[in-house]
Design a protein around this ligand. Structure first.
Ligand code: AMP
Ligand code: GLY
Length: 423
């Protein structure tokens, strides 16, 4: 069958790679893709937001299944455009992707259906938000309601910072209309875990757990980024936590969305915090995590096409989702300066070292093929993933493999997976 992948980051390369392993796929396309995806798929220069062109392309090429990777097109309703055109698509409809698109929506949903999360208030008026803060307990968390590239969350240690935060989000509009409404949330402590789940609207199946490292610098210092590295599984995600979440988070969310008339079909990413009082939802995303996909998909034993089709057909209960016992670690190679200012167009060497190497993968995030070779084309450039018999071996393997690649201004965190030393 012919498959189209919408997106061009590391997550989409991991999805494309996993599709390329399927015996059912005869031809892969990607829009717009990147230099790494281009090695396994035919890339077409169509924007992820251009629903009309994407649908026209899918019709012209007789695509059997389209997989939408990023949040922006899902929240904007690109999946709906495919469904309305009678085409098969993997990714939630707009009325379900709102679970990521509006934090106020997701918080209200959790409250209404008793899904464990932090206490909160929603404000669309800056004066009221400032007044509320005067008597609120610190630290406190401010969140822009809408999509803000993962940067619309401010952790404020005291009243001053919190007031400044309200100004940044609501008055200075640093994230545009995403900050017209904000959620002010109780600050929670604990280990963070990402659990990505396949959903068919009724049934939900969690994949292996993972942990992300969002800050730019070692020791969780520096600015928030899209993610600097991941490991899977999380040793802190115990069977007990899994039991609890299956009942009170995953299935509860699936049921809540159904009751609201917003059947969720696609990937529901549950960002959890394991607090002293039990697991709590930090956020939902309506898609695979990036770079969570880069550690979870290489461990998945199933044919991804079988699982995605089961989701679309409402038959996920018939799938036995299986993951290898091996662990995986992904270290992101970024351009120094990310997430602020960084250079593009720097020549990358050593990519060929990954060819035919078992359990070693290089997923392209921000790259471009040029006449002189593959060059950097974004802040996060590559994700180097390696597997091992346990997390320690996987981490050593991943860091060893980062040495195979070189480019000017290559930057990475040196403590991805450090948490496993503390378990
Ligand atoms: P989010 O985009 O909602 O996942 O938030 C980004 C990051 O902010 C999370 O990964 C957490 O590290 C942190 N965060 C969000 N909400 C809270 C909270 N209520 N308490 C503590 N930290 C939080
Ligand atoms: N790695 C976090 C995310 O994809 O949102």
């Amino acid at each position: 069958m012919k498959v189209l992948i919408v997106g061009g980051g590391g997550r989409e390369h991991a999805i494309a790679w996993k599709c390329s392993e399927s015996s059912r796929v005869t031809k892969l396309y990607a829009a717009p893709g990147n230099a790494g995806i281009a090695e396994i798929a035919e890339c077409v220069d169509i924007s992820v937001m251009d629903a009309d062109k994407l649908v026209a392309f899918a019709k012209e090429k007789e695509i059997d299944l389209t997989i939408i990777g990023p949040d922006d097109p899902l929240v904007a309703g690109v999946a709906d455009a495919f469904t309305n055109a009678g085409l098969r698509v993997f990714g939630p409809a707009k009325n379900a992707a709102i679970i990521e698109g509006s934090k106020a929506f997701s918080k209200d949903l959790m409250k209404k259906y008793n899904i464990p999360s932090a206490a909160y208030e929603t404000f669309d008026n800056a004066d009221k938000a400032l007044e509320y803060l005067e008597t609120a307990k610190m630290p406190i968390v401010l969140k822009a309601d809408g999509l803000a590239l993962g940067k619309g969350v401010l952790i404020c240690n005291n009243l001053e910072e919190a007031k400044e935060g309200v100004k940044t989000l609501m008055l200075d509009k640093q994230f545009g209309t995403a900050g017209d409404r904000i959620v002010i949330e109780e600050f929670m402590t604990g280990r963070e875990v990402s659990v990505l789940c396949f959903c068919d609207g009724t049934h939900i199946k969690p994949m292996a757990s993972a942990q992300d490292h969002k800050r730019a610098k070692d020791g969780d210092q520096g600015l928030n980024t899209g993610g600097m590295g991941t490991f899977s599984p999380s040793p802190f995600y115990t069977d007990e936590v899994d039991e609890f979440c299956k009942k009170y988070v995953y299935q509860a969310t699936m049921d809540a969305m159904k009751k609201e008339g917003r059947d969720f079909v696609g990937i529901l990413f549950c960002g959890l915090m394991l607090t002293p009082d039990g697991p709590r939802v930090l956020e939902y995303n309506a898609r695979f995590g990036d770079p969570e996909a880069q550690v979870v998909l290489p461990r998945m034993k199933n044919d991804i096409i079988d699982v995605m089709e089961a989701c679309i057909d409402g038959k996920l209960d018939e799938i036995d989702l299986q993951f290898e016992d091996k662990a995986a670690v992904c270290v992101v190679l970024a351009s120094d300066g990310y997430p602020e200012h960084y250079e593009k167009g720097l020549l990358i060497s050593g990519l060929e070292n990954f060819k035919d190497k078992e359990d070693r993968y290089v997923f392209h995030a921000g790259t471009k093929a040029t006449e002189k070779g593959v060059v950097t084309n974004g802040g996060r450039v590559l994700g180097v993933t390696a597997k091992g018999k346990d997390l320690f071996e996987a981490r050593a393997n991943a860091y060893e493999a980062t040495k195979w690649i070189d480019f000017d201004n290559k930057y990475m965190r040196n403590d991805i997976g450090k948490a496993i030393d503390e378990q």
